[in-house]
Design a protein around this ligand. Structure first.
Ligand code: MLT
Length: 206
């Protein structure tokens, strides 16, 4: 992993080749350590690839720039999604792993959604927790029946229900196999998310 796409990251090898690896993408202000316990709990034995968001907003790592809360710098997002996809390609070669399933929370879920639309070959599928529509005008992608789990919070102050619904429809139109649950929750991850994500991984990525 030698070129300019290298992200600061953690890698944990899997205990067997049979489980697809997880690409862990943290929320604003997190880092590469945040989601490792969650990944271990949801997919025991899977390899975990966990990069740190390369953009700083007042010292808080993110995966792309935003103009304000919920308003994205889409040119930056497109570029950063490309960098992330390139990083995944390099990490797959360096560590000898299959295409990963993204597990993203908040800002990490948003870049995962953008990567699905811009570089679908980089990911085998995605779990998007509290994601929103990442691009106003996405390219026409072919998601080729990739499985996608969207977990939204009905009381999320950052992601309006209508916006999460549009994301699901957008991914479905692009050919993804979307399962969308709306939990009685806010923006944070709770037990309901864990149960649904665990069941989805067992059904789609075991
Ligand atoms: C974002 O900027 O990606 C969303 O507003 C979610 C967040 O990071 O708060």
């Amino acid at each position: 992993m030698h070129d300019n796409h290298v992200f600061t990251h953690r890698f944990e090898p899997g205990s067997g080749p049979e489980r697809p690896p997880l690409l862990l993408l943290h929320g604003t202000g997190g880092d590469e350590n945040d989601l490792v316990p969650l990944g271990r709990a949801l997919a025991p034995g899977a390899a975990l690839l966990s990069p740190r968001g390369p953009v700083l907003e007042n010292g808080m790592p993110r995966f792309f720039r935003r103009l304000s809360e919920g308003v994205f710098d889409e040119a930056d997002l497109r570029r950063r999604a490309g960098d992330l996809a390139d990083f995944v390609v390099e990490a797959r070669a360096a560590y000898g792993i299959a295409a990963p399933i993204a597990l993203g929370f908040s800002n990490g879920a948003n870049i995962a959604a953008a990567t699905l639309l811009l570089r679908p070959e980089a990911l085998a599928g995605a779990i998007l927790i509290r994601a929103m529509v990442p691009l106003a005008d996405p390219p026409s992608a072919d998601l080729a029946a990739k499985p996608v789990l969207i977990l939204s919070g009905a009381a999320d102050p950052i992601v309006p229900a209508e916006n999460a619904g549009r994301l699901g429809a957008m991914l479905e139109r692009a050919g993804a196999r979307v399962e969308h649950h709306r939990l009685p929750a806010g923006h944070g991850i709770g037990q309901g998310d864990l149960a649904l994500a665990r069941a989805w991984i067992a059904a789609n990525a075991a």
